[in-house]
Design a protein around this ligand. Structure first.
Ligand SMILES: [Zn+2]
Length: 177
């Protein structure tokens, strides 16, 4: 396993994954071997909690809470949930799906050995400035938000740039900016 992007020889999480230091944030999950597309990789475990309890924990800056249904959320901030190490990316190689009430991470494409496992945390726009993204992807929008909000973030960023540029011309479309 020489030459992979993770250091040392940590114990595998399962047949595909190992947990190690990440360039994105803190710890991360990494592929031990080539993973085919659409592979059911790892279950996102956690404690099933009520919406009221979820609200309390979210206000305590718990970043590991998943929406399960109208009644319950899943708090994955548990030492027995290795999937919590998976970092957010704006160009993720995995996606989270609900499989009969269980949250699983699936590969979106083929993943090479040594690649970090990422998925989009699916955050909404509430307080998004408090969640800057360091995923390093060329398509990074700068904040951890669901893909459906990428356009909004980009427009806000473009507006901010225009506002600080010289002679922001409104409506000409021919601006040199
Ligand atoms: Zn990003």
């Amino acid at each position: 396993m020489a030459g992979l992007a993770y250091e040392g020889t940590p114990l595998p999480v399962n047949e595909y994954l190992v947990e190690a230091g990440s360039r994105i944030h803190g710890r991360g999950l990494f592929a031990i071997k080539t993973i085919p597309p659409d592979t059911q990789l790892i279950q996102y475990l956690g404690e099933r909690i009520s919406k009221a309890e979820s609200l309390v924990r979210c206000e305590e800056e718990n970043a590991y809470i998943f929406t399960l249904d109208d009644q319950y959320d899943l708090d994955g901030d548990m030492p027995w949930n290795p999937a919590r190490w998976a970092n957010h990316s704006c160009s993720p190689n995995c996606e989270a799906y609900d499989v009969e009430g269980q949250i699983w991470l699936f590969s979106k494409r083929e993943i090479q050995a040594g690649e970090e496992i990422t998925f989009n945390y699916g955050y909404d726009l509430e307080d998004y400035q408090e969640h800057p993204c360091a995923c390093g992807s060329p398509a990074c929008v700068g904040f951890m938000v669901a893909e459906e909000f990428f356009g909004v973030i980009q427009r806000r960023r473009d507006l901010a740039m225009t506002a600080t540029g010289p002679l922001a011309s409104v409506g000409s479309g021919e601006s040199e900016l």
